[in-house]
Design a protein around this ligand. Sequence first.
Ligand code: FAD
Length: 464
Amino acid sequence: MQNERFDVIVIGGGPGGYTAAAKASALGGKVAVVERSALGGTCLNLGCIPTKTLLKSTEVLESVKKAKDFGVDISEATVSLEKILNRKEGIIKRLNTGVEFLMKSNNITIIRGEGKVTGIDEVTVTTPSEEIVLKTRNIIVATGSRPAAIPGLEPDGHWIMNSDQALMLASIPERLLIIGGGAIGVEFASIYQKLGAKVTLVEAMDRILPFSDREVSDALKQLMAREKIVVLTESKVAGIQKSAEGLLVKVETPKGSKEIQTDKVLVAVGRCPEYENLGLPEIGVTVEKGKIAVNSKMETNIPNIYAIGDVIGGILLAHVASAEGTVAAINAMGGQKHMNYRVIPSCIYTSPELASVGLTEEEAVSRGLKIVVGKSQFTGSGKALAMGENKGLVKIVAEAVSGKILGVHILGPQATSLISEAALAINLGAVVNDIADTIHAHPSLPETLLEAAEEAVRLIESGK
Ligand code: FAD
């Protein structure tokens, strides 16, 4: 392998890296992927997939608990965390094999080890037994991110955990305090609350999910409170002490200082790009504000070195990493493709789910746009009622005169699937009449999107 010359070497086999590798290979390139851990990256091994697998187990548990409401009598539900975790591991293994198969069937060389950029056309891989120096025309850096830590509250894996460790708990804590009300924090709050823990969520900003539409995130906060999750906004953890009963956490809230007893603390305060040991500054790659700087072609300041996914910061989502990977691969193989961030669905897998695409109401207003907001609640949806999940709403933000859809925000059952219709609509430049004039199946959840569009049409026609 030492003397082989590649067209593209991808460092990192997560959703960004493996998608880039597959695309570059499909375009005729000789491609290698360097991965130091398991193929599939954070998403498959410690992120998207394991969390959704755990969430499904909690949903099944909920269904069993609520079975009586549906006229079904089942004896009491018991939980085996060991079996839940085994199921999660099984699914991860299956998908790891799937990614490996994808690479092999595309004739992509998989190199297991720690990759480092040692020249503008050179990657050195350190494996347990040797150091391999590889030559390449292009390098795509796709090394992802790691959980951010709070100085003084570094995870020890037992009392204080990060998200990686929270996916592997041997037992369900009676009480869990989560620092950070972003996507990861609220998802874990949902998982552990349903598994029986008493959850407190502490968020420094004035609301959870600060980047989502305020009305929708406030509605989710209320629903979480109904599930007995204590959500403390505008609050900060000021210190943690070990006590006879576990941990005593001091939290500064707008109403003063509070002391909260808990068994474990989960720190979920964001993620840091993983680029420090790649040797990039040494070969002249610009790293700015803690992330690798790239242009819209995903090129760094050295044109044949690309960077994609979590390592460039920005929107830390698997489908964004994959889209950036595709752009980088096309350009590395001689194409001219620019990344477009206009339509990026963002999904939060709470109960109910929250999904958004496009501008929030606040963003549209702050840009000085004249807008209408069409809304519809799931309360009256026949399908949602039949499912026993009729909480939440659909909100469409549209231009007041043209009716062009600017953003859609959904809190409710299967919101993360429903958002695809909205993403397609925005991508096609649709107006609210396009949704309102489309016959939607009955009874179905997308009817609530239809009703929100009809409401926006009414508002436009009445000039309100
Ligand atoms: P990663 O997936 O992090 O992959 C990077 C890979 O590079 C890793 O496998 C790593 O081992 C490897 N690597 C790093 N350095 C080196 C090196 N020097 N040599 C060799 N290999 C190296 N996103 C969603 O879209 N939907 C979700 O539902 C979702 N849920 C999430 C839940 C949690 C708990 C977390 C933590 C994240 C979640 N995310 C979700 C975010 C998503 O996981 C990331 O955005 C995505 O994995 C980024 O992909 P990536 O390819 O950039 O990096």
